[in-house]
Ligand binder design. Structure first.
Ligand code: ADP
Ligand code: MG
Length: 246
C-alpha cells in the first residue's frame, strides 16, 4: 500500500475536525475524497502532508511512518500537493516560477559537478510543455487567467517529481470549460507518469468520471467508501447530499 492513514483524529481545542479516519491508497490509484463543506477534507490532506500533526493515529507512506514529519521531508519522499488557493509567485514569470521549483528539487539531488543551469532549463521547459504553458513561459504569472494559474501550480508541484499527487479541489473557481481542460490535463499527466492521485472535488461529474475509489467524509468521519457505483447508491451518502440541498 502506497499511502495508509490509520485511525487518525484531529482535535482543534476539543473540536474534532477528523474523527478516527482510516484510508488506504494503492500505487497508481485515482482516489477521491468527497463530503460537504466543513467535512474535514482539507484537514485530512494537511494531516497526510505534514502541515498538521494528528492528535491520534498514524500516517504511513511506503510503509514508513511519516506521522508528524515536516512538510518538506514528506515532499522529498515523493508526495506532491497543491493547495485550495494557488501558491505561485505572482510577480515572477511562468518560466521563473517553475524554474525556482525545479532548482529547489535539483539542489537536493545533484552534486556540484553537474552542469545545473542547462539541465534546469531543459527540465523547466519540459514541465511547461507537460502542463501546456510553453506559450505563456514569459508571461508574468499574476496576469494569467485562473485556469492557467492552476496549470502553473500543477507544473510547480510536478517539479518535485512526486509519486503521489494530492490535489485539494483542483477545479474550485473554474469555469466549466477550464474544469474540463484541467481534469483532462491531470488525468493525462497522472497516466503518463504513472502517478497516484488523491484529490478532493465538489463537482460530482468530475468525481464520477475520474475516481476509481471514493471516500465520503461527513463531520470528520468516514461515512462511506467504495467504487463510484457503490458510493452513488449508498443511502447514507444520498441522505447527506439530499439533506444539503434541502
Ligand atoms: P473541508 O475541506 O471538508 O471543507 P476543513 O478540513 O477545511 O473542511 O474543515 C473541517 C472543520 O475543521 C471545519 O469545521 C473547520 O472550521 C475546522 N477547522 C479547520 N482548520 C481548523 C483550525 N486550524 N482550527 C480550528 N478549526 C479548524
Ligand atoms: Mg477544503
Amino acid at each position: 500500500m502506497l499511502l495508509r492513514v490509520e485511525n487518525v483524529t484531529m482535535s482543534f481545542d476539543g473540536f474534532i475536525a477528523t474523527n478516527n479516519v482510516s484510508l488506504n491508497v494503492e500505487k497508481g490509484q485515482m482516489a477521491c475524497i468527497i463530503g460537504p463543506n466543513g467535512a474535514g477534507k482539507s484537514t485530512l490532506f494537511n494531516l497526510i502532508t505534514g502541515h498538521l500533526t494528528p492528535t491520534e493515529g498514524k500516517v504511513y507512506f511506503h510503509d514508513q511512518d511519516i506521522t508528524g514529519q515536516a512538510p518538506h521531508t514528506i515532499c522529498q519522499l515523493g508526495m506532491g500537493r497543491s493547495f485550495q488557493r494557488t501558491n505561485i509567485f505572482p510577480r515572477l514569470t511562468v518560466f521563473e516560477n517553475v524554474q525556482v521549483a525545479v532548482l529547489a528539487h535539483t539542489r537536493k539531488t545533484l552534486n556540484f559537478l553537474t552542469p545545473t543551469k542547462n539541465m534546469v532549463q531543459a527540465d523547466t521547459f519540459s514541465l511547461l510543455k507537460d502542463v501546456g504553458l510553453v506559450d505563456q513561459a514569459n508571461s508574468v504569472s499574476g496576469t494569467l487567467s485562473y485556469g492557467f494559474q492552476k496549470q502553473l501550480e500543477l507544473g510547480i508541484t510536478l517539479a518535485s517529481d512526486p509519486e503521489i499527487l494530492l490535489l485539494d479541489e483542483p477545479t474550485a473557481g473554474m469555469s466549466p470549460q477550464e474544469t474540463t481542460n484541467s481534469i483532462a490535463l491531470i488525468e493525462r499527466i497522472s497516466r503518463e507518469r504513472g502517478l497516484t492521485l488523491l484529490f478532493t472535488e465538489h463537482d460530482m461529474d468530475v468525481v464520477f468520471s475520474v475516481a476509481e475509489k471514493i471516500t465520503v467524509l461527513h463531520q470528520g468521519a468516514v461515512l462511506a467508501e467504495g467504487t463510484p457505483e457503490n458510493v452513488k447508491n449508498d443511502p447514507d451518502v444520498q441522505r447527506i447530499y439530499l439533506g444539503e440541498a434541502a
